[in-house]
Design a protein around this ligand. Structure first.
Ligand code: ADP
Length: 187
């Protein structure tokens, strides 16, 4: 059975605005916002904590097994929000949005979040080196990956609008009526 709705990955360096975008998109589209960080925490899909980096060490096999139990690949309508994207099977994913942010803005956002030392440096460097964009391009075909700027508050509205238009077009192309809202699976 073909999926009624597309699945979208929102990725990028921590602090670029993934949660902000994913929440708005999920609300407007009636999709499920799946924060992978939250899922990992809630379901213990990790191998413990990296105290130096202050984050969970994700058990990718457990995470993938858990994702397989959700109707992502059957109903679609999921927004997967994570700072990595190469784990999700290509056949599940219809669009990969890589959010990008200028260094100074990202530095300020991460500092406000309490990041410092190596954790702050590594994340800012990762954005400068466009690590997530390269990962997305290496993992998905070219036409699936879109890079969007998230420097200012006004960017969010524009980006969300663009993705909504894309979802309408996807639905029309896949036999739906293109109406946005009311779709989506269940978490
Ligand atoms: P992520 O999920 O990628 O870590 P968040 O969505 O949590 O990022 O955003 C980090 C911080 O930056 C939040 O305080 C959020 O309000 C702010 N923010 C996100 N996107 C933008 C933007 N485009 N312009 C200004 N501030 C933003």
């Amino acid at each position: 059975m073909p999926r009624a709705n597309p699945n979208i990955v929102i990725t990028g360096t921590p602090g670029v605005g993934k949660t902000t975008h994913a929440e708005q998109l999920a609300r407007n589209l009636g999709f499920v916002h799946l924060s992978i960080n939250q899922l990992v925490k809630d379901h213990g899909l990790h191998e413990g904590r990296d105290e130096e980096m202050g984050s969970w060490v994700v058990d990718e096999d457990k995470l993938l097994d858990h994702l397989e139990t959700l109707p992502i690949h059957t109903t679609g309508g999921y927004i997967l929000d994570w700072h990595a994207c190469d784990l999700f099977p290509e056949r599940w994913i219809d669009l990969v949005v890589v959010l990008r942010c200028e260094t100074t803005a990202l530095y300020d956002r991460l500092t406000a979040r309490g990041y410092k030392g190596r954790k702050l440096e590594e994340n800012v460097d990762s954005e400068i080196m466009q690590v997530l964009l390269e990962e997305a391009r290496a993992s998905y075909s070219e036409e699936v990956v879109v890079e969007l700027r998230s420097n200012e508050v006004e960017d969010v509205e524009g980006n969300v609008g663009r993705v909504e238009e894309w979802v309408k077009a996807w639905r029309r192309d896949h036999g739906g009526d293109g109406d946005v809202g009311g779709g989506g699976g269940e978490e």
